[in-house]
Design a binder for this molecule. Structure first.
Ligand code: CA
Length: 649
């Protein structure tokens, strides 16, 4: 469905020229609770956001520097304003909610410098969301420009605390693969820090004292712009920062080259008194439209992968065959064959495996290195996805052999040419009917709707870190209850978790010890949203894990129709409900020392009797029992530290 714009009478009648000194306009959300004020005092345009009359963003700068002009000062409203009402209804099977009705009020305000229009500010305000972007305008015969930097800022009220993920430096970490959105969040931190010196990756969560929460992110990049992040300019002011010069081994530009007229990406601000509007927002998808038709009906679903427990040596023909059998026994769709298959299994071996999988109703995903010239990751196959000719040749081979999808890893940052590579891989893969997962990568920016064959991205410190580090195992519950409220709210998250092994080792007796319960593993299968899930379960779990846990994992959905925030706090605990078809799953986890007790009001449509409650004792002994709601339709659950709860029917 296309977004519809209804022009308001205001659009026809040009607003009377505004006074030269200062002007301001208010854009109000359909429910009247958000008021955005755009002003141009002293030739420095700003916007501010109030929610229920309370300050959520103080006057914050607008504008940008380009190679055809500095549009950060001496810029005023021209008096030309178009007002629209935007309505849209769309269905999307691969996000948190399958049917979305979107309504917003939009104003397009033209700004001028020295009497000439230089950019339009498009400000779109829906209930709980503010989104804006710039349309840079041609200057005489000049029909292209480079945007070097932005003044765009976000000035927080005093007393705001931050929940942010530091942007790592470039060309660091494993085989010089950073940045890839794989750092730990600092929770409840004061304002003023700039992370590790490079700012913070989107999405960025702020707590506005007792007034509520603010989530800032970015959407709508289709290879036509660099990815941005937030930098702390000073104190309470955060500004848009572009990709870092050191990314891509120092090659390529940090800014964006655009045609004129040309858009910058949408920046989004989601606000709420509670975390509910942030958990439930669809704004990254509301603002974008599909870029092409799907070449086929893409099937999502779940599967297994050997690498997470058994690592590189398991990428061999016999082990992958065992995982195909395992997926078949679980009733799952796929097996993800991870790195090094090109040398350890070979192309003919993959063809045989794919054929064997087909006989069992299990399709393959294949791992690829994104390289390229941007890092030292030695894992193969290398130098295929980076080039249009080799990439399409490989995809043709995959199509012939019924390969379901690819997982492309180790990207080089957020420069425009890297964003172009994501775009090109997705578009090419659609030509061959292939789903795409990205790892070691940037945050997806509306891609679930823009690219019909996009499945998910990592862009998080994912399950591999549980294998690598006991500290990460110790902090698993804390991190899981963080991602639920931040990373996963704006895009599908390929975490690759829900292990039922006690240890991250092939024999399930050595390696880092899992500190979380089996019910916790079940709960994260519901809490973490991605339409394609490769769970970290292993064939031995058929013998050594509880039958009720294995049975749950056989049946847990990966696509959802509805979502509800119930309770929680980033890094402490998380409880939410998801609906798939007519079935609700309410899932919770707890990272705090003390058990958390939550009184759950059942969503309408959920039965009140014959409910299955998966829960833990304080010693993390899990079980499932049948419960019913009390007379008020409520069910009490108690979740101990590192434990979980799932209520379903
Ligand atoms: Ca990774």
């Amino acid at each position: 469905m296309k977004r519809k714009y209804i022009l308001l009478p205001l659009a026809i009648a040009m607003v009377a020229p505004l006074a030269a000194s200062a002007a301001q306009r208010e854009i109000i959300s359909p429910d009247g609770r958000i008021v955005v004020t755009v002003a141009d005092e002293n030739g420095t345009p700003t916007y501010s956001v109030k929610y229920d009359g309370k300050d959520f963003l103080l006057p914050s700068p607008l504008g940008m520097k380009t190679n055809i002009g500095d549009y950060t000062s001496g810029v005023t409203m021209s008096g030309k304003v178009n007002a629209d009402k935007v309505t849209d209804s769309y269905s999307l099977p691969n996000i948190k909610k399958s049917k979305v009705d979107y309504q917003a009020n939009r104003e397009t305000i033209t700004f001028e410098q020295n009497g000439k229009p230089v950019y339009d500010l498009e400000m779109e305000v829906s209930n709980n969301n503010v989104a804006f972007r710039y349309l840079l305008l041609p200057q005489g015969p000049t029909l292209c420009c480079v945007v070097d930097s932005e003044a765009t800022g976000f000035v927080m009220p005093d007393g705001t605390t931050t929940f942010l993920c530091p942007q790592s430096g470039a060309m660091g970490g494993f085989a010089r693969t950073s940045p890839s959105y794989e750092t730990n969040y600092d929770l409840d931190a004061p304002m003023g820090s700039n992370g590790w010196g490079n700012g913070f990756t989107f999405p960025c969560l702020f707590k506005n004292g007792d007034d509520g929460w603010t989530l800032i992110s970015e959407t709508g990049i289709a290879g036509d712009y660099c990815g941005s992040h937030l930098a702390n300019k000073q104190g309470s002011e955060y500004v848009i920062a572009y990709s870092m010069p050191e990314e891509l081994n120092g090659f390529g530009s940090t800014g964006a080259a655009i045609p004129l007229p040309g858009y910058t990406p949408w920046r989004t601000i989601t606000v709420g008194e509670t975390l509910a509007p942030i958990v439930e927002t669809t704004i990254p998808f509301d603002l974008v439209t599909p870029l092409y038709e799907p070449s086929k009906d893409y099937k999502y679903g779940k599967g297994s992968w050997s690498w997470i427990i058994k690592m590189d040596p398991s990428c061999n023909f016999e082990e992958q065959k065992k995982y195909i059998d395992f997926s078949a026994t679980m009733g799952w769709d796929t097996v993800l064959v991870d790195a090094l298959w090109d040398t350890q299994i070979g192309y003919e071996g993959i063809e045989k495996l794919a054929e064997y999988g087909r006989s069992k109703g299990v399709d393959l995903y294949l791992w690829y290195n994104s390289n390229g010239s941007w890092n030292d990751a030695p894992q193969g196959p290398r130098d295929i996805m980076s080039d249009i000719v080799t990439r399409r040749k490989a995809m043709k081979w995959m199509q012939k052999n019924g390969i379901r999808g690819i997982k492309v890893d180790f990207f080089g940052g957020d420069k425009q040419q890297t964003m172009q590579l994501y775009h090109d891989i997705l578009a090419d893969a659609n030509d061959y009917g292939i789903l795409v997962i990205f790892h070691g990568c940037t945050l997806p920016r509306g891609w679930e709707r823009m690219y019909p064959n996009y499945a998910a991205s990592e862009a998080v410190l994912a399950s591999e870190n549980l294998h690598f580090s006991q500290d990460m195992c110790n902090a698993e519950a804390k991190n899981a209850s963080t991602h639920t409220f931040i990373r996963n709210t704006v895009g599908s998250m390929d975490f690759g978790g829900s292990t039922l092994n006690k240890y991250y080792g092939a024999d399930n007796a050595h390696g880092n010890k899992r500190m979380t319960s089996d019910v916790f593993a079940l709960a994260t299968a519901v809490l973490f949203q991605s339409p394609v899930q490769h769970f970290a379960m292993a064939p031995n779990n058929l013998e050594d894990a509880p039958v009720w846990a294995v049975d749950f994992m056989k049946n847990v959905p990966t696509t959802w129709d509805e979502i509800r925030f119930i309770d929680g706090y980033p890094g402490k605990y998380a409880v939410m409900a998801r609906r798939s078809g007519d079935k609700w799953y309410i899932a919770g986890i707890n990272a705090q020392e003390q058990p958390v007790e939550v009184e759950i009001v059942l969503p309408e449509g959920m039965p009140t009797t014959g409910l299955n409650l998966y829960s833990d004792t304080d010693k993390l002994e899990g079980s499932v029992k049948t419960v019913k709601a009390d007379k008020k339709g409520k069910v009490k659950v108690r979740i101990p530290k590192n434990g979980g709860a799932v209520l379903t029917h």
